[in-house]
Design a protein around this ligand. Sequence first.
Ligand SMILES: [Zn+2]
Ligand SMILES: [Zn+2]
Length: 374
Amino acid sequence: MKMKSAVLRESGAPSPYEQSRPLTIETLELDPPQQGEVLIQIKAASLCHSDLSVINGSRPRPLPMALGHEASGVVVETGKGVNDFEPGDHVVCVFIPSCGQCLPCKEGRPALCENGAKSNNEGTLLTGGKRIHAEDELIHHHLGISAFSEYAVVAEQSLVKVDKDIPFEQAALFGCAVITGVGAVVNTAGINMGETVAIVGLGGVGLSALIGARASGAGKVVALDINDKKLALAQELGATETFNSAKEGVVEQIREATDGGLDYVFETAGAVPAMEVAYKITKRGGTTVTTGLPHPEHHFSFPYVSLTAEEKTLKGSYVGSCIPDRDVPRFIDLFKQERLQVDQLVTESHSVEEINKGFDKLATGESSRIIITF
Ligand SMILES: [Zn+2]
Ligand SMILES: [Zn+2]
């Protein structure tokens, strides 16, 4: 079938993207779903920093690639051997498909699925296939999905079925920003009621972590960003204190205001300066958790002795250490009860033709989450 799709053919274009137009809107051919695959109609797809990282080259991926991974849609057709989905089901896409066969999957850590990581690096579906092409040229899938498209064929392991009463624009967020941010708080860190938290970097993941920390009963929730507009939003979402992390002396100010630092500090910006601040404002005996995905050549250093003498813990959190089939429905339930108000992350929605301009707004921090609707 023919479909409209946003394709990246070359990374590293200069910004503003509204002028350099790194993503081209093309009419491509989508093959029918094969064994273990599902054809979905994309209803909403949000712009995420992981897409931006491919556009600006800090996350090198094989090109050309049809971008987009944080999405929701409706099942149109299922391939052979698919038993868990049927046409009409509402689904959320998850960006690490888990095979269920490798050791991390068997250990209950699907976010670390080895086959999922391999297929994502190679730009294929978990089944190994590529289903999008422009005549003879095969187009790579982004994170097993390629959601800035009218339709997508994905491995069934890239989908979680969700209730039909949650709007598509909101459901989309649960596949990436929400499971990554809330998951970091409840799964990776496992914070207890009353413990103190700071979030460094207030994009979709950081704001989700903030909302998750509030929902989990965190005592203090300190929010940091270099953009004052985001600090104002963090305050609306329940941050107890906010600090502009670009200002001189911010570490000392926070350590003073929090009696030596916070129990848990979440770094969600994927930037070395943010990670340095996060580690420094983690209190003695506390834990620094990062969900950041910086350029592979970026290094972060800290005084070695502090890890021992202050008994600090440094933890990575990939996809919020989530089990998508368990966590996506669980977090959606909390959303419906108005205890996880992630709908406040969405600032605007656009047509796919305006996608380059949308990435400008994401890059400058003008918007946290922009939704493309079809
Ligand atoms: Zn994402
Ligand atoms: Zn696996």
